[in-house]
Design a protein around this ligand. Sequence first.
Ligand code: SIN
Ligand code: NI
Length: 270
Amino acid sequence: MPQPAPLTTPDNLPASLVEDYRRDGFVRVPCVLSPAEAAEFRAATLACDQRLRSLTAGSAAEKVFSQLLNVWREDPVIRRLTLHPRLGGIAQKLAGVKLRLWHDHTLIKQPHNRANTEFHQDRPYWPLLDADHPLSAWIALQDVPVERGCMSFIPGSHRVTNLVSQDLMDPRDLFRKCPELAYYPRVTVPLRAGDVTFHHAYAAHMATSNQTDEARVAHVVIFMDAGARYRKRADGAVHPVTDPLNLPDGARLDQELFPLVDGFGEGKKA
Ligand code: SIN
Ligand code: NI
């Protein structure tokens, strides 16, 4: 019988992957979850989607993906995934600074959805200050080949930090805002179940449409610097995580909604 592939942990993470992340702004880390863990978390995510999706149904973005935010607050199984010490520990090694959770979200692309998630950077959407190292862990909860909606990245684009937010339903928007990025190479990264791509919040990325009969289920965990603070967006745009908190500008984001990675796994048996 073939041996299962060894898991990647914060302790055995190859230094070359840290170098790749710092140079390119993204990296694929294989086998962060075992296939059994990925299957368990996929089933839990689909069950949450059934329960909660009616809350978000009907938006224009639904064609691209259906999105549930801060699912770890709703479901004890997903809480184990979002606060997984292996995941947070790897993110912290890549970033090279202490991190805390910003939020999670599940992104499900329905079968044959016929819509890419178009190129964009994440950071301009977020009302954050003192957050220079935020990154997302995009976790494949099943095999995600190109035709099921895997991610592509523009290496080096994380150094472009002066753009306003881009429309992820418009394939030209990023390139109108930064024409030179159209001439950078692009890298497409299919994943096996349990593999994770980590991308810097300024790294431009897109995902292909789902041309298969199976829903594409990805869970994304977003980390920010431990000292991050709240800053109202200059354009006044709302953010569903921070708006209900009514924070003053400059407030530290150190509530229990934003746990430190170093505390992940504590109280696991509770
Ligand atoms: C996607 O999975 O469709 C997009 C993910 C992202 O924008 O981070
Ligand atoms: Ni994104």
